[in-house]
Design a protein around this ligand. Structure first.
Ligand code: TYM
Length: 343
């Protein structure tokens, strides 16, 4: 029996896909996909429009993320890989969910506060409503498990609350309450320049993150330049408290070598960061080179990627349309002509 019924997750096609996306999310998807009944992995291109719409590069960024999913190990013959904008039911459901979302819930979303910054009045409505569209991404498939990094936990919890609110309205269990699945050790990969901020696509410095498409010499340079401290590596994880950059680099090494941080500390005890950085560079290069090469190979053949996206969208649309019909009926809308008799 599969451990997971229906797994869904997504990445926003803005900026460069990076090590945090891989270790915090996609690597976990690959593990879960092997143990689930159905899996859907979306490239959330409409979400990308909420921050500085980059229309010149959006379609290419979307294909690059699709290539990354496949290169990281998502098998398109077993999982639906698709673009959010190819399944219109997401945005339709998000409107219905908007009508169940108290402003108080949205005002609590920390990502909106971070992204809007001091200029809240100037932020666009799409950015504010983003978590409701994300809830629709999940609920339109009645997804049961949502593998994400720590920063998305609050959004998945909002999806649970909205599912509950809709179920109460319907007096029926229409949506299962989706569970966030967060891999503890890689939940928050931090910036290479500042161990207190997370590695992010939007950081202005390229040196803050490793891109999945970085060449080995760039990886080596970024790790050489990564911020550290001058103390030797301690033998226990407890002594890493208050050393955020050191914890981050050792955490990345532990994740890529499939060891616990405790074991890594014991193995490097007493050494300085220059030797750790060499080993970290080696393991990053050996782990990311096959991914980079496969991404480049896939990206040479755009038509193939588009075929995979169209096939994924066909599967996703079938599931989504069925659930949307149910929602529309509960809400009392007159059935669409093409949906008559199909419930
Ligand atoms: P996005 O595109 O910012 O990130 C994609 C995934 O990568 C994880 N992640 C990280 N994990 C660990 N350390 C980091 N430094 C790090 N940076 C990013 C994120 O937690 C995420 O899992 N709102 C979402 C996209 C989305 C979505 C969805 C996800 C839209 N609809 C439905 C799941 C289900 C986002 O912006 O992720």
């Amino acid at each position: 029996m599969s451990a997971y019924q229906r797994v869904l997750s997504g990445v926003r096609p803005t900026g460069h896909i990076h090590l945090g996306n891989y270790l915090g999310a996609i690597r976990n998807w690959v593990k879960m996909a092997k143990n689930s009944k159905e899996q859907l992995f979306c490239i959330v291109d409409q979400h990308a429009l909420t921050t500085a719409a980059d229309s010149k590069n959006l379609s290419q960024n979307t294909r690059t993320i699709a290539a990354a999913y496949i290169a990281c190990g998502i098998d398109p013959s077993e999982s639906a890989i698709f673009a959010q904008s190819h399944v219109p039911a997401h945005t339709e459901l998000s409107w219905y969910l908007n009508c169940f979302a108290p402003l108080g819930w949205l005002n609590r979303m920390t990502q909106f506060k971070d992204k809007a910054g001091k200029n809240k009045e100037g932020a666009n409505l799409g950015l504010y409503a983003y978590p409701v569209l994300m809830a629709a991404d999940i609920l339109i498939y009645k997804a049961t498990h949502v593998p994400v990094g720590e920063d998305q936990k609050q959004h998945v919890e909002l999806a649970r609350d909205l599912a509950g609110a809709f179920n109460n309205h319907a007096n029926l269990k229409v949506f299962p309450l989706p569970e966030p699945i967060i891999e503890k050790n890689t939940a928050r990969i931090m910036s290479l320049r500042d161990g207190l901020s997370k590695m992010s696509k939007s950081d202005l410095s390229d040196y803050s993150r490793i891109h999945l498409l970085d060449d080995p010499d760039i990886i080596a340079l970024k790790i050489r330049k990564a911020k550290t401290d001058s103390d030797p590596i301690p033998g226990t994880i407890k002594e890493l408290t208050d050393r955020p950059e050191a914890s981050n680099l050792l955490g990345i090494y532990a994740a890529l070598s499939d060891q616990s941080i405790e074991t890594v500390c014991r193995n490097f005890e007493g050494q300085t960061f220059s030797s750790v950085k060499q080993e970290l560079t080696d393991i990053l290069i050996s782990s990311l080179t096959p991914i980079r090469e496969k991404m480049h190979y896939l990206l040479q053949n755009q038509d193939e990627i588009d075929k995979i996206l169209y096939r994924g969208a066909k599967i996703a649309n079938t599931l989504a349309e069925k659930n949307l019909r149910e929602v529309r009926e509960i809400l009392g809308l007159i059935p669409r002509a093409d949906q008559l008799g199909k419930l």
